[in-house]
Design a protein around this ligand. Sequence first.
Ligand code: ATP
Ligand code: MG
Length: 141
Amino acid sequence: MATNRTFTMIKPDAFGEGNAGAILKMIEEAGFNILALKLTKLDKATAGKFYAVHKERPFYMDLCDYMSSGPIIAAILEKDNAVADFRKLIGATNPKEAEEGTIRKLFAKSIEANAVHGSDSDENAKIEGSFFFSELEIIND
Ligand code: ATP
Ligand code: MG
C-alpha cells in the first residue's frame, strides 16, 4: 500500500559537520513536504528507547552513545509512497553499499555514523513520529 508519511532524523555526525541544510535541501528537492521539524539532543536513555528494537544487537550500546553524542534534527515528511521513496533517497545502511547520489553516499561516515534515519514501515513511521512530536506540532492541512 502506498504511504504518505515517514519520519527522519539528521544524525549527530551530519548535523555536527554542518550538513543539515544540504540534507534538508535534498529532501525538499525530492518532493517531500516537511510537516514537523525540531532540533534536539537525545540523552542515552532516550536514544536507547528509540532504538529499543535493536537492543539485542552487538552494536546497540555504541549506537546509543553515538545517537546521544550531539544534536539531531527530527522531522515528519509527507509524500506519496513516503516510506519507500525516502529509503531510496537515503540509500543503504552502509554508505559503502549506498547508491551514488543518495544522502548516505554523499554524507555518511560509516555504517554507524550514517547521516540520517528513515522509518522502515508505515507503522514505525507513525510510532517514531509520535515519539518526537505531539499532534499539535504536526502540520495537518
Ligand atoms: P535507520 O533505522 O537509522 O534508518 P537502517 O534502517 O538503515 O537505519 P537499521 O538496521 O535499522 O538500519 O540500524 C539502525 C542503525 O544502527 C543504523 O542506521 C546504524 O546507525 C546502526 N547500525 C546498523 N548496523 C550496524 C552495524 N553493523 N554496526 C554499527 N552500527 C550499525
Ligand atoms: Mg532502521
